[in-house]
Design a binder for this molecule. Structure first.
Ligand SMILES: C[S@@+](CC[C@H](N)C(=O)[O-])C[C@H]1O[C@@H](n2cnc3c(N)ncnc32)[C@H](O)[C@@H]1O
Length: 240
């Protein structure tokens, strides 16, 4: 009887210790987990026709989008020999334009979390003999770019995709969600390198907070799409 009580007491004590250990164990935040997750993300491209029509045919043939594309590159002041990146490149609408501007002495990193989109860009670059286009299947919060090298980064219509994803934790902490990604982008810029963010005006203030917290300096921009564009520069002292 005595023995049974002793065993029962020990079992309860073990359970209490196990529960305490589990509760006290540090657990990664969903944001940290996403940053480490290196599985390629493949969005539902069940409609391959929409992918081709939207990403390739429509974008490439729409005169307004083509004009915007030229404008983005000129705001970034892209020139021959530059090293640039298009983060969230999808089917490469900006990539191939950037590749023609930087020329073979320069380099374009075509980055996307979507492995299928990246494969498309890779194949097209190879078919066109563009050896200076380098593709990257990136992580949700890390574009996997070299540090301190880039003269310009485009981040077009990607911010909202990220903050609207439900799996990155508390939806209200939008700035917190993208902070690691913006820190990584900031770290990839050379001193004086520029980041152009284009997205819906409702995200403007959030973008501004997140970029400023990543050590980037805002460059005043008053041109077309001023409500949707924010422009950032890496300073020697400002970025990591
Ligand atoms: C709306 S599309 C914009 C495509 C292109 N930038 C444009 O403006 O034509 C958004 C793209 O961002 C990519 N994306 C979403 N989250 C990303 C992330 N965390 N890092 C890199 N790319 C991401 C998606 O896979 C998709 O290809």
């Amino acid at each position: 009887m005595m023995m049974t009580r002793l065993l029962a007491a020990l079992t309860v004590a073990n359970l209490v210790v196990a529960a305490w250990t589990f509760a006290a164990a540090p657990r990664p935040s969903p944001i940290a987990a996403a940053a480490r997750d290196d599985r390629p993300v493949t969005y539902d491209r069940s409609s391959g026709i929409a992918f081709v029509l939207g990403g390739v045919l429509y974008n490439n043939n729409d005169p307004v989008l083509r004009k915007d594309r030229e404008m983005f590159a000129s705001i970034l002041e892209v020139k021959p020999g530059d090293v640039v990146a298009d983060i969230g490149c999808c089917t490469g609408f900006h990539v191939f334009h950037l590749a023609s501007l930087v020329g073979p002495q320069g380099k374009v990193y075509a980055v996307d979390v979507d492995a299928q989109a990246v494969k498309y860009v890779q194949r097209r670059a190879a078919a066109l003999g563009l050896n200076h286009v380098e593709t990257r299947v990136s992580r949700p919060l890390d574009p996997l770019l070299p540090k301190g090298r880039l003269d310009g980064v485009l981040f077009i219509n990607v911010y909202h995709c990220i903050v609207e994803q439900k799996d990155l934790g508390n939806e209200k902490l939008v700035t917190e969600k993208v902070k690691p990604l913006l820190e990584n982008i900031a770290a990839s810029l050379a001193p004086g390198g520029r980041l152009l963010v284009f997205d819906f005006p409702e995200y403007r203030e959030d973008v501004r907070r997140a970029c400023a917290r990543s050590g980037l300096r805002e460059v005043p921009y008053q041109g077309p799409h001023a409500g949707e564009i924010t422009l950032w520069e890496a300073t020697r002292s400002g970025t990591r």
